[in-house]
Design a binder for this molecule. Structure first.
Ligand code: SF4
Length: 320
């Protein structure tokens, strides 16, 4: 299986205020240039504003989350205004639209859209008991547990941006290559193409997944496909570090060594070491590995997504 990472822009949902649309409670927006000018080069950003969609209007009284009989979204100034069910029903209604998406970018700190650090206040609104997801984001996660999700603000960091794009590309590739034909052989082929990239993100979990795929007798085909997709997305959510990337690059070199001269082998080894020590960018190693790739007749190494255009190589993140 030779996976092409990018064919056309990949559909990804986004909190509408991040596009610069004035839909916030105060009539403002939270425009993210990283999203509209950088990520839009490879992502087709489809806007969602849950609070406007449930009819709250702009401007509107602000809401916040309180811990009551359950987590509830109520008016900050008037707790009798309760939009909990309305927000969750909206998330349920947009399931068919979200099913077409390969990722979601959500606005941080919003009681609807925030993913991780939204205050959950005491019932009287006095102090935060905990922090967590907003109601729309939480419901989205329930419907689509493997969908790559990230907060707008965090995408300013190059490494987080790269990780999000890597997950979006993988999720998209899954829907193009496996979802239409989820036979176990196809699932294994997909895993095999991603193997070295997965190793660069988390070696123990990748090996565990490899063991699972060596005996799939306990799984029905669809069940196996969902299990493997979940595990792959989990592995990719771990940031790739330089040590594990180096390990994966050395494995890749191992498949090419017999087709290289002694000098070429030494030069490639030196380059990988230089990358490990931070003296050379990843792109330099990938370029050289790809240069030698045609010499190998082995499909395995040709199929490796690790050696294809990574997000960093698309000019969307810094090299690490
Ligand atoms: S954070 Fe979400 S609900 Fe709030 S304005 Fe932005 S898109 Fe709308």
């Amino acid at each position: 299986m030779k996976i092409q990472l990018l064919t056309e822009r990949i559909p990804v949902g986004i909190s509408q205020c991040a596009l610069g649309d004035p839909v916030r409670y105060n009539g403002g927006h939270k425009h993210s240039k990283v999203c509209t000018e950088l990520l839009s080069q490879c992502l087709e950003l489809r806007p969602f504003c849950p609070e406007v969609a449930i009819g709250l209007g702009v401007p509107r009284p602000p809401i916040h989350l309180i811990v009551s009989d359950r987590l509830r979204a109520v008016g900050r100034d008037d707790p009798r205004m309760d939009v909990t069910e309305a927000l969750e029903n909206y998330a349920d209604r947009v399931v068919p639209q979200v099913a077409e998406l390969r990722g979601f970018i959500l606005m941080q700190k919003s009681p609807s859209c925030g993913v991780r650090s939204v205050p959950h206040y005491k019932e009287d609104g006095s102090g935060a008991l905990a922090h967590g997801a907003g109601l729309f984001a939480a419901r989205l996660r329930e419907h689509f547990p493997h969908l790559p999700i990230e907060e707008v603000g965090r995408l300013n960091a190059s490494d987080i941006r790269e990780n999000f794009l890597t997950r979006v590309f993988a999720y998209d590739a899954w829907y193009r290559y496996v979802a239409p034909d989820p036979r176990p052989a196809r699932v294994t082929e997909f895993y095999t193409a991603y193997k070295y990239l997965l190793l660069a993100h988390h070696q123990p979990l990748t090996r565990e997944l490899g063991r699972l795929l060596s005996d799939t007798s306990g799984y029905k085909p669809q069940q196996l496909a969902v299990e493997v997709r979940g595990r792959m997305m989990e592995i990719l959510s771990h940031p790739a570090n330089r040590r594990d990337r180096t390990n994966a690059l050395m494995h890749s070199q191992g498949h090419l060594n017999e087709y290289l001269t002694k000098e070429e082998r030494a030069e490639l080894t030196r380059l990988i070491e230089d990358y490990y020590r931070g003296r050379k960018p990843l792109s330099a190693v990938l370029t050289m590995l790809r240069h030698y790739l045609p010499r190998s007749p082995h499909q395995f190494i040709h199929s490796q997504v690790l050696l294809a255009a990574e997000p960093a190589e698309l000019g969307l993140c810094d090299f690490r």
